[in-house]
Design a protein around this ligand. Structure first.
Ligand SMILES: [Zn+2]
Length: 237
């Protein structure tokens, strides 16, 4: 039987089995599913309470396994294929046209080009389009972080964008902030969290207690954003 409990904003779904054993056992599987084995005579309300008590641990295990999940199959840049933009799912629509352009409308990313079968060119156009939007949107979000910059007492840094395989953002010792071009696929509040995380590094370079105190002050909802981002990571990177 499948059941679920609520942990913060997250719903943890688990499979419950009554077996011949004396204690309750919770397993988190590498595919992120949760299995609970309870003694035959265990009361349902007590099982729910026990699972709830382990919710933090369950979430932590799931996040750990997220990194090993198979990556999304390589994109082929064909019409109908789903891509993400600011957390939303969009579909590619490739349209034969003499004008070369990319335009988003409704849930579609429309790609206009002379040869619709040239998926290499489509890929190039989509990648450029993402990057241009990333530049504008990251900059806007940073510009809207004036209160964070003020409370940290740091100057607004320049942003650099590049593709990174394993991280969303980085901050160098000399105060340069780099953001992953792929971050444009995540929701805006997740992008904002990554930017604020890096801004906090301008003040405290290590992930020290002091760092997390700053992060708590500047972005109280950072944990939810981080979790959302880690859930999306396998879909994006
Ligand atoms: Zn960091």
């Amino acid at each position: 039987m499948k059941h679920s409990i609520q942990y913060g904003k997250k719903e943890i779904i688990f499979k419950l089995e009554h077996v011949d054993r004396k204690t309750l056992q919770i397993n988190v599987c590498p595919d992120l599913s949760v299995e609970v084995k309870a003694p035959k005579e265990a009361e349902f309300s007590k099982i729910m309470a026990k699972v709830k008590k382990r919710a933090k641990w369950i979430t932590k295990q799931q996040m750990y396994f997220t990194q090993f999940l198979p990556l999304q199959p390589p994109r082929r840049f064909l019409s109908g294929e789903t891509h993400r933009y600011l957390g939303r799912q969009c579909r590619l629509k490739i349209i034969k046209s003499f004008e070369r352009k990319v335009k988003m409308s409704g849930g579609f990313i429309n790609i206009y080009l002379q040869n619709p079968n040239n998926s290499k060119e489509v890929k190039k156009m989509v990648t450029e389009w993402y990057r241009n939007h990333a530049e504008g949107i990251y900059q806007d979000i940073l510009n809207n972080c004036q209160n964070v910059l003020q409370s940290l007492k740091v100057d607004q840094p320049d942003l650099k964008i590049r593709f990174m395989k394993t991280r969303w953002g980085s901050c160098s010792k000399n105060g340069k902030i780099t953001l992953n071009s792929e971050l444009i696929k995540a929701p805006k509040n997740c992008i904002r969290y990554v930017i604020i995380h890096e801004l906090c590094h301008l003040k405290e370079f290590q992930h020290s207690k002091k760092f997390y105190k700053l992060l708590d002050q500047c972005c109280p909802e950072w944990k939810q954003n981080k979790e959302k981002l880690s859930q999306m990571a396998d879909l994006i990177l």
